[in-house]
Design a protein around this ligand. Structure first.
Ligand code: THU
Length: 159
């Protein structure tokens, strides 16, 4: 019988131990965890941090920022991406997302998947690491933007 996975639970091979990941990935996860501490989320009480590494080695991080007009809220991933892009950096080589959920990992919402897929330029995928802030031993869901959103919308689709 096939195993049902909920965001990388159970023995999903895409879930790895934090200690086995490259130091650069560990650093990115730590940056996302630090950004999560700045989350402004009085409505959901669900704090999220994200960090993007750009091709020059820089890290841009962000948190979710909610608003009493709920739809005006922004997710951590788009905060981080907007910071990088507005600083002239749009070649993303890795992304980390950190949040605390009892079961499974927090992966980007649909809007953030589309937003990030825009920058998986020429099909160059962006590895994505989803982790929890504390739970030790720390386990990390290793995926990618295009794995999370295959066939994303593009104005070139159908041409
Ligand atoms: N959120 C993020 O910032 N990133 C995600 O990957 C999932 C959801 C935020 C949006 C909202 O502020 C809160 O988490 C609850 O949905």
């Amino acid at each position: 019988m096939s195993q049902i996975y909920i965001n990388g639970m159970r023995d999903d091979p895409s879930v790895r131990e934090y200690d086995t990941l490259d130091a650069s990935v560990q650093e990115l996860i730590q940056a996302a965890a630090a950004a999560r501490n700045q989350a402004y989320c009085p409505y959901s009480n669900f704090a999220v941090g994200a960090a993007l590494r750009t091709s020059d080695g820089s890290i841009y991080s962000g948190c979710n920022i909610e608003n009493s007009a709920f739809a005006a809220s922004i997710c951590a991933e788009r905060t981080a991406a907007a910071k990088a892009i507005s600083e002239g950096k749009r070649e993303f080589i890795a992304c980390a997302v950190v949040a605390q959920q009892e079961k499974g990992f927090t992966t980007p919402c649909g809007i953030c998947r589309q937003f990030l897929a825009e920058f998986a330029i020429n099909g160059k995928d962006i590895p994505l690491y989803a982790a929890k802030p504390t739970n030790l031993p720390l386990r990390v869901l290793c995926s990618s933007v295009l794995e999370l959103l295959p066939k994303s919308f593009s104005l070139d689709n159908g041409k």
